[in-house]
Ligand binder design. Structure first.
Ligand code: IPM
Ligand code: MG
Length: 374
């Protein structure tokens, strides 16, 4: 095992660079004050990479990402790039990283901070204390399935004459490996997994249900498993989210359900994620960490963005990639303390008030809370 860790920072587009600047303050604090042996490199992804290289992820950056212990990504995309060909859109850079690093298990925790429970669009008692984890399959399904494309369709009844095709495709092996991740994680939490698909209309959903059940029966009989259709799951998430512990679902349903779960907590600006692959030679998983929120071009460059999701994504890197559990906990506590003290970026300014702070003030306050050792 090497005695230092390598982290590749890819700030990306929109608010990505400004939230990442706050993470860098946190990283520097841990290096200076806790002797964290972290080697940091910076590179480009998304539109910012396209501007320089003509592609949203260069081969050199891809190679670098494959070689480090962890990647931390800000966000990609923006209106400036909407006109680009699909193959070089900023999102393709992100999808290439996920696919080529084979980051099949995307962990999206939705935790409701006590200080923000009134900020959720749901009633306080429905969300207070919420702590669920969505495990989204990230490298297959309709995002990557073949055939895909937009083609001419000469069927004479077809007004417009075109057809758009995507394919929902899952192998049993792809389902089993992400199911294992979910069961492993559940064992360290509430020991319950709810699997979501549309087995009532999709064969891929039937296979999903059968394979998750197989992994359960053969390898994790101690974990409580339930199945739910994804549409019912969406409804249950807003009706009574605390009934869940770990939710495991496919790429597309996971994309949608995790946005819904995120909003339960009051703000998309709060939620981190980890995308994990198979273990590397050092025993730790290939990993990329990113906030759940997007590049928010409408507020970019104005000091309004909330850096907490990105900072908590770094906390997940400390926990899952660097085995620095104490540092991760200290950072999470510092965030909680700053929120409990009332600091609020623009996205968190609700009826109950608080002290408005900018992106960089929020970062400074979190670093100060770390120094106080809360
Ligand atoms: C996400 C995003 C991405 C996705 C986009 C930016 C490609 O919505 O990470 O949830 O759809 O996976
Ligand atoms: Mg999404």
């Amino acid at each position: 095992m090497s005695d230092s860790y390598s982290l590749l920072i890819l700030p990306g587009d929109g608010i990505g660079p400004e939230v990442m600047a706050e993470v860098v303050k946190v990283v520097d604090w841990f290096k200076a004050n806790r002797g964290l042996p972290l080697e940091v490199q910076h590179d480009l992804v998304g539109g910012s990479a396209y501007d320089v290289h003509g592609v949203p992820l260069s081969d050199a950056t891809m190679e670098l990402a494959q070689s480090v212990d962890a990647v931390l990504l800000g966000a990609v995309g923006g209106p400036k790039y909407d006109v680009l060909d699909f193959s070089v859109k900023p999102e393709r850079g992100l999808l290439r990283l996920r696919k080529e690093m084979d980051l099949f298990a995307n962990l999206r925790p939705a935790q409701c901070f006590d200080a923000l429970a009134d900020f959720s669009s749901l009633k306080r008692d429905v969300v207070a204390g919420l702590d669920i984890l969505i495990v989204r399959e990230l490298t297959s399904g309709v995002y990557f399935g073949e055939p895909r494309g937009i083609h001419a369709d000469d069927n004479s009844d077809n007004e417009g004459g075109r057809v758009g095709i995507n394919t929902q495709r899952y192998t049993s092996g792809e389902i089993r490996r992400v199911a294992r991740s979910a069961f492993e994680l559940a064992r360290k939490r509430g020991n319950r997994v709810c699997s979501m698909e549309k087995a009532n209309v999709m064969e891929a959903g039937i296979l999903w249900r059968e394979e998750v059940q197989w992994v359960h029966d053969n390898e994790y009989p101690d974990v409580e498993l339930s199945h739910m259709y994804a549409d019912n799951g969406a409804m249950q998430l807003v009706r009574n989210p605390k009934q869940f512990d770990v939710i495991v679902t496919d790429n597309l349903f996971g994309d949608i359900l995790s946005d819904a779960a995120a909003m339960l907590t009051g703000s998309l600006g709060m939620l981190p994620s980890a995308s994990l692959g198979a273990p590397m030679a050092n025993g730790r998983p290939k990993a990329m960490y990113e906030p759940v929120h997007g590049s928010a071009p409408d507020i970019a460059g104005q000091g309004k963005a909330n850096p907490i999701a990105c900072i908590l994504s770094f906390a997940m890197a400390l926990r899952y990639s660097f085995a620095e559990v104490e540092a991760a906990t200290a950072l999470e506590r510092a965030v909680e303390k700053v929120l409990a003290d009332g600091a609020r970026t623009a996205d968190l300014m609700g009826a109950e008030g608080g002290t408005p702070v900018s992106t960089s003030q929020m970062g400074d306050l979190i670093v100060a809370a770390l120094s106080e050792g809360v």
